[in-house]
Design a protein around this ligand. Structure first.
Ligand SMILES: [Zn+2]
Length: 567
């Protein structure tokens, strides 16, 4: 299989800006797009995507490359896995070579979940109990289809038998998390698929149908190579375009809450899997927005969960509001009973964290409440928002602002050990070798003359040298291609990941002024040659060979005089 050819075809069909936009929020800046880097924590965006070159680069952590590199890094996939996903996305037939040494077990797991989803979905259409349950919860056919809801019957090994009948690999079935001790993991449950950000189903949530059972109401698939509970947010795949559009996300507790909210038009709703919200989940969400409205259940547990989540959200720099529902209600029950207008009202009247904490009924005194909130605010990464909240807290609690600030200071100094290792961005000054490569990448017509003027052997930077050699290779085998049709993205396909990173950084970090390329080029070549000769002279200075030395000095003079008209 010619992977380079395949990658080339993929890239002709998938635009890197569109593709990365599915994962993170890109905004246009000049010729490029920028964003907060998904690969390292940062407050100011240093992640860039170049549409003209079809590459990305982060100046904070140094990650960079093409669409394939991005997918591999973001989803932690092998080369083959990422390639196969991209091929499918681009609508290209792609068969993995059996003898391939790459792991394809993940692909098989995705396939199993896809098949299981179909099986459960078919079962739902046959089951009256399951359909009745969904109708009672107010879920319509459209939602069933959008969320690919299904039903796992009560039988011990219904799914297992079906999967075996289809001839699926027993070993893979076992690692799928869909079985436990040869029994189906999900039984007599409504099956709610959990998607990853590329839209693949990676796990299931199961809602018990029976009301009087002692079993847990909700269970999730166990962690597998394709699913980690703490990494996924339910509904984010369906919600992401709407979160962008509306500028905020609605965070709720349950699957059914999210499904009904989407059904009633609140399509920017998502839920963590379980009540705790992890840093990883928030990182995913942060790629789409930094504003959330929390709508948890109005019971004691819901209030506690909200208070707990506030700190994590603050720490991640989220701007938070909390919608408070009447006693014993959740988003699903409000929507079902009172409709979207009422729910919309609750969202519109969402409280600031200060109001929420101060107004919530509890045994705590005002001072205790203020103290707790201050503690959460201390974690806040968004300084402007922090200022606002402190002012508000002072106003509403009538505690002097200075007193609050003094308290906050104490908290902060105890938090001080937290390192603020924001990476300082690299300097953008290129040396001669880098400049030459940079020019070659942007002005393919200069490649041939350039290669004829420099001796690749003398290049000191190993990566630059390797890349030039690969360039020369193409130039030698197909001179026409280099002259007229040299495309950086195509050339990238021939590079290693490390080389790709280097090239993408070079391209995005330094714009070349077209008016001065020639001067730049000549100047660099000259300086390189002189550098090389100087090195030799230094080496030889100890030896007695005067002739050789004289010769070198003559060469140097000649270079200094030479203007490289041939370029
Ligand atoms: Zn980064």
């Amino acid at each position: 299989m010619d992977y380079q050819k395949l990658l080339e075809e993929i890239k002709s069909k998938i635009d890197i800006v569109d593709f990365i936009s599915e994962y993170i929020n890109l905004s246009k800046t000049g010729q490029n797009y920028r964003a907060l880097c998904p690969f390292h924590p940062e407050k100011t965006p240093s992640f860039f995507v170049s549409p003209s070159k079809q590459i990305f680069h982060c100046f904070g952590c140094g990650k960079g490359g093409d669409v394939l590199s991005f997918l591999m890094e973001y989803e932690k996939l092998s080369f083959i896995e990422a390639l196969s996903i991209l091929a499918t996305k681009a609508g290209i037939e792609f068969q993995i070579n059996k003898s391939s040494t790459y792991s394809i077990s993940k692909d098989k797991l995705y396939r199993i979940y896809e098949i299981a989803t179909e099986i459960y979905s078919k079962k739902l259409s046959e089951s009256q109990i399951a359909q009745k349950y969904l109708t009672e919860r107010g879920i319509n056919q459209e939602s069933i289809e959008i969320f690919k809801i299904g039903y796992a019957p009560e039988e011990k090994d219904f799914l297992y038998q079906q999967l075996k009948k289809l001839g699926l690999d027993e070993k893979i079935i076992k690692t799928s998390g869909l079985l436990s001790n040869f029994m189906d993991f999900f039984r007599n449950r409504i099956i709610i698929p959990i998607h990853d950000l590329t839209g693949r189903i990676v796990a299931f949530g199961g809602r018990l149908i029976e009301q009087e059972s002692t079993l847990p109401k909700y269970i999730n698939s166990t962690d597998t190579p394709i699913f980690k509970k703490g990494n996924s947010i339910f509904g984010l795949w369906q919600a992401k375009p709407y979160i962008r559009q509306k500028g905020y996300a609605i965070l709720m507790e349950g699957y059914i809450d999210v499904i009904l909210s989407h059904q009633y038009g609140f399509k920017n709703s998502v839920a963590p899997l379980g009540t705790a919200l992890t840093q990883e989940q928030l990182n995913k969400l942060k790629n789409f927005t930094n504003k959330v409205v929390i709508v948890f259940d109005s019971d004691e547990a819901g209030i506690q969960a909200t208070e707990k989540i506030l700190q994590t959200l603050f720490h991640k720099g989220f701007i938070v509001k909390i919608a408070r529902l009447p006693d014993r209600q959740d988003p699903a029950s409000i929507l079902q009973r009172y409709g979207e207008k009422t729910f919309k009202n609750f969202i519109a009247k969402a409280l600031s964290p200060v109001d929420f904490i101060l107004e919530t009924k509890s045994k705590k005194t005002l001072n205790e409440k203020v103290y707790e909130l201050l503690h959460k605010i201390a974690y806040m990464n968004n300084l402007i928002y922090r200022e606002e909240l402190i002012k508000e807290l002072s106003e509403k609690s009538t505690i002097n602002e200075l007193t609050l600030r003094e308290e906050l200071k104490k908290f902060l100094s105890s938090l001080k050990k937290e390192r603020t290792s924001e990476n300082k961005s690299d300097t953008n000054v290129l040396n001669e070798e880098e400049t030459l490569l940079r020019i070659a990448l942007s002005f393919p017509d200069k490649i041939q003359p350039l290669l004829s003027k420099i001796e690749l052997e003398t290049i000191e930077n190993q990566i630059v040298k390797q890349i030039f050699y690969k360039m020369k290779n193409i130039a030698d085998t197909d001179k026409k291609e280099v002259k007229n049709d040299f495309r950086v993205d195509k050339f990238l396909n021939t590079l290693t990941e490390e080389e790709k990173r280097f090239v993408s950084k070079l391209i995005i970090s330094a714009e070349i002024d077209e008016d001065y390329i020639m001067e730049n080029l000549k100047d660099c070549i000259k300086r390189l040659k002189i550098k090389f000769i100087d090195k030799k002279i230094k080496e030889l200075s100890k030896s007695a060979d005067k002739n050789l030395l004289q010769n070198l000095i003559r060469q140097k003079k000649e270079i200094l005089r030479n203007s490289y008209e041939g370029l």
